[in-house]
Design a binder for this molecule. Structure first.
Ligand SMILES: [Zn+2]
Length: 491
């Protein structure tokens, strides 16, 4: 994104993903969301003197899996450090994280943009760290809080932080990157990915590169917006930063390097801290934990177990003839991909499968706020319905009614069709009689058709459909009408 003053937007992201383990990172406290405040805590996560951390090995496996899926190198040796700062949600006065020696380094995610373009976003590192507690502010927002309460149930939960290079070029690219990242992670079972519960949060940094700038990007004044909790808010925060920095530059000012917060109420960013360099945190190696060794066999095992990821799935679906948009929707989440695979495994016609899965079934699921894996009409049941359409037993209109009923009752297509007596009439003799009656009753429309008004045919088809209560095969009716009108005209 190049602004009209020639400046280029440069964006990098740090994405915090809470890992779905049963217990916390360094203690055996449960990671259950929603427990009464300060009930899932112990001396370790409360930071009481003398308590020692003990690493949860499952975290290492999940971090390695995420790293491999993003093309990173998983290091067999990494280390934990202490990041020192004071904040009311951090009882120890420091956070255990990986600073100098993260577990994963140098991967990339290819993000599909509009017009078939791809943005190659490098992943600089992925490190493991512990979560802080949660502050609840009384009042309208953090900025006007009258008082704050702290819940330490979250303190010590395991996180990975995925850090990109500043490779993104617009707020919209940041949105597409985050969507692709969430979609990729959703195939890995590493996190429940519930944004509204805070399992993904994002720090976004943004600089404007003036035209003609030839230095390294690190030299630009970088503004970091901390702790944004939804993709929509990341985009809003970045858009507001573009406008703010642009205004500063246009007024002849200089953008200062700083950390800002995003206020959802006003949709703008506000300054938090003016200075934040690594030495402010006085990182040093965590003395209570040894170097973290990862068995190369575990890394290989995770590599071999990696599922097919969204990018590869999209390519495969497109090779099977799906439109890019349909392939993207189906590959975006595992439940949709499994559903579609289930349909085609049952022999469903690909085109019908896409149309019905992404059309009427998606509508019904949306209306009832369900995912594909919760659909009362499973892939086998929908495949059966599609076979009735493909075989000419049901018209599209009838099939829609049948699907609604299947969705509501969980009954099979065959039972719904039999009970409602809904079978498409393709029998020529029955339909010829109906066509004859309609032609006799609508002489004016017949005259219009002969006078060259093509739309009169549509009216006549509609009348036959009405006379057969929608059960006639529209194809057969159309053909019979044309034949009769042509034959009568010839007489
Ligand atoms: Zn604990």
């Amino acid at each position: 994104m190049i602004l009209d003053n020639g400046a280029e937007v440069i964006i990098g992201l740090e994405v915090h993903v809470e890992l779905a383990t049963r217990t916390k990172l360094f203690c055996a406290c449960p990671s259950a969301f929603g427990a009464p405040p300060n009930t899932a805590v112990c001396p370790v996560c409360l930071g009481l003197p003398g308590a020692l951390p003990q690493l949860n090995r499952e975290v290492v496996r999940l971090a390695a899996r995420a790293g491999l899926a993003l093309g990173c190198t998983v290091r067999t040796r990494s280390r934990f450090d202490r990041k020192n700062y004071f904040y009311p949600d951090l009882p120890k006065g420091y956070q255990i994280t990986q600073y100098e020696h993260p577990i994963c380094e140098w991967g990339a995610l290819d993000v599909p943009l509009a017009d078939e373009r791809v943005r190659h976003v490098q992943i600089r590192r992925i490190h493991i760290e512990e979560e802080a507690g949660k502050l609840m502010h009384e009042g309208d927002s953090l900025w006007q809080a009258r008082g704050s309460l702290v819940d330490l149930n979250r303190a010590g939960l395991p996180l990975i932080e995925i850090v990109t290079e500043p490779d993104l070029r617009s707020p919209d690219e940041a949105r597409l990157f985050l969507r692709e990242l969430v979609s990729t992670l959703s195939y890995l079972d590493v996190s429940d990915l519930r944004m509204e519960e805070g399992s993904i949060r994002c720090d976004a940094n943004l600089s404007l590169k003036p035209p003609g700038f030839t230095g390294v990007l690190e030299e630009l004044a970088r503004v970091e917006v901390k702790n944004v909790n939804s993709i929509r808010n990341v985009v809003a925060a970045l858009e507001s930063e573009v406008r703010r920095q642009r205004a500063v530059l246009d007024a002849g000012g200089r953008v200062v390097r700083e950390t800002r917060g995003f206020d959802e109420v006003t949709g703008s960013t506000l300054p938090q801290r003016s200075k934040e360099a690594a030495n402010d945190y006085r990182y040093f190696p965590e003395p209570d934990l040894p170097w973290l060794s990862v068995d190369p066999a575990v890394i290989e095992e995770e590599r071999e177990r990696l599922p097919q990821l969204p990018g590869a799935r999209r390519r495969q679906l497109r090779e099977r003839g799906l439109a890019p948009k349909d392939a993207a929707v189906i590959a975006a989440e595992p439940a949709a991909a499994r559903y579609f695979a289930g349909l085609t495994d049952q022999g469903a016609d690909t085109r019908l499968a896409v149309t019905w899965m992404l059309g009427d079934l998606a509508r019904l699921l949306n209306e009832t706020r369900r995912g594909y894996d919760e659909s009362p009409v499973g892939p086998a049941a929908l495949a059966e319905l599609l076979a009735l359409i493909a075989g000419g037993t049901l018209s599209g209109r009838m099939a829609k009614e049948v699907l609604d009923k299947m969705f509501e009752t969980g009954q099979s297509a065959a039972i719904v069709v039999a009970e409602a007596g809904l079978t498409q009439i393709s029998d020529q003799d029955i339909l010829a009689e109906a066509v004859g009656r309609v032609l006799a009753a609508h002489a004016a429309a017949v005259a219009d058709y002969r006078a060259g008004k093509a739309q009169a045919l549509g009216f006549l088809v509609g009348q036959v459909m009405k006379a057969t209560r929608g059960q006639a095969s529209p194809d057969v009716v159309n053909r019979l009408l044309r034949e009769r009108l042509a034959a009568d005209a010839a007489v």
